[in-house]
Write a protein that binds this ligand. Structure first.
Ligand SMILES: CC1=C(CCC(=O)O)c2cc3nc(cc4[nH]c(cc5[nH]c(cc1n2)c(C)c5CCC(=O)O)c(CCC(=O)O)c4C)C(CCC(=O)O)=C3C
Ligand SMILES: [Fe+2]
Length: 374
């Protein structure tokens, strides 16, 4: 019998995230890193900078990742899985290249990567793969060994991601005044992206209206609504809506925006809304500002009771899911039969992004996919 705890061929796990500022002096250089060559209007950057300054220049994302690192190490230790866990970011310290350099210096050559983005899309998948390729090239240029990096599959439909969100929505419903609770709508929110990116998200066969990005979020919304109904006996009406739009106004992005949605629901006489940020793995500035500040103020202004449900963050069930994803992939790499764990109608996502998955505007090398140069 094979050992179910055997992580071979992997010798380390890399938690790969976005990164965020940790004080006022970090904000402008962080935004410069994020928007390098991305054509985001100056006005939008000033606006987003203000969001960060409102919170002392501190994004919650790094603290969330530190907590997740702890949760992963604890879960691995509790399950006899001896695998070191490292952390690196695309846009702020600890920077991905520095972490990968440390990993190869520590002797690691076959690295599993968990990105803190659960869904397909250029911004949520290929852009992380491009950053991995850039960092591997940097190591190569320094004459260091280039490790093999494998990105773990999208986990939007993994029970360890879904169940904490179900609990979050149930807690938010319970927190609403009793007289409006039963009639509450669920507004599932995610990051708006250009419709052109959504339509080409995921493998070529899913390209079309909304692509994998929208289909995956709809599956998650249905799974959560179904689980909530099982618990409460109430079929809460729901809709997938968007937040945090940027880019030039003439370029179409996914709509409707959460604030417009709240107004429309209020106009229709809906008594209350739970906003569930399913597009975000943990609390980010988008959750603190766009939902907890802006959308909550809009709701107060129109007299609509709202609650924002918790993100998954460092929930121990999510840490366990990461272990399962890693061991599942290890087994597949060893050629052992595995049944990947997934809820919903879409099934488990691919291990290796095929050529043409979430294409970029300009072709750049991307690691950990069928088109990887490494
Ligand atoms: C799909 C998606 C995710 C989810 C997947 C994932 O988690 O990766 C995500 C996450 C995040 N986005 C973040 C921050 C920003 N994103 C920006 C810009 C953009 N995001 C986009 C999409 C996404 N973004 C897009 C299409 C743009 C436009 C231009 C471009 O294509 O680049 C900008 C520039 C200003 C602005 O336009 O808002 C900022 C500052 C932070 C950190 C937050 C914190 O500090 O807590 C996080 C986790
Ligand atoms: Fe973003």
């Amino acid at each position: 019998m094979s050992d179910l705890r055997d992580p071979a061929p992997y010798d380390a796990l890399l938690l790969l995230s976005f990164g965020g500022p940790e004080g006022p002096d970090d904000v402008v250089p962080f935004l410069a890193n994020v928007t390098r060559g991305r054509g985001i209007p100056e006005e939008r950057l000033k606006e987003v900078g203000k969001h960060y300054f409102l919170f002392g220049g501190v994004s919650p994302i790094n603290a969330q990742n530190r907590a997740l690192l702890e949760a992963l190490r604890e879960d691995f230790a509790d399950h006899g899985l001896e695998l070191p866990v490292y952390w690196g970011n695309r846009n702020w310290a600890p920077y991905l290249t520095d972490t990968l350099r440390e990993m190869v210096t520590d002797g690691h050559r076959r690295i599993a990567v968990l990105a803190t983005s659960a869904y397909a899309s250029y911004s949520g998948c290929r852009q992380y793969r491009e950053n991995l390729a850039e960092s591997l090239s940097a190591l190569e240029a320094e004459g260091l060994p280039v490790p093999r990096v494998d990105k773990l599959r999208h986990y939007f439909n993994h029970p360890g991601f879904i169940r904490p969100m179900v609990d979050g929505v149930l807690a938010s419903l319970a927190d609403l005044p009793e007289d409006v609770r039963a009639g509450a709508h669920l507004a599932f929110t995610t990051h708006s992206i250009p419709t052109a990116s959504a339509d080409t998200s995921g493998p070529a066969e899913t390209h079309g209206d909304g692509g994998s990005y929208v289909a995956e979020h709809l599956d998650v919304a249905r799974l959560i609504t179904d689980a909530v109904r099982e618990e409460t006996g109430i079929d809460h009406p729901w809709q997938l809506v968007y937040q945090s739009r940027s880019g030039a106004p003439h370029i179409p992005w996914l709509e409707p925006d959460i604030c417009d949605h709240l107004e429309a629901l209020h106009g229709d006489g809906v008594p209350a809304v739970v906003m569930a940020p399913i597009g975000f793995v943990s609390d980010h500035m988008e959750v603190l500002y766009d939902l907890d500040t802006e959308a909550t103020a809009k709701a107060a202004e129109i007299g609509l009771p709202v609650r924002r449900s918790a993100t998954v963050g460092a929930d121990p069930r999510f840490a366990a899911a990461v272990r399962e994803l890693l061991l599942e992939r290890a087994a597949a790499e060893q050629g052992r039969p595995v049944t990947p764990c997934a809820l919903g109608t879409l099934g488990a996502s691919h291990d290796l992004c095929p050529v043409g998955c979430c294409p970029a505007r300009a072709l750049k090398p991307a690691a950990a996919g069928a088109d990887s140069p490494f």
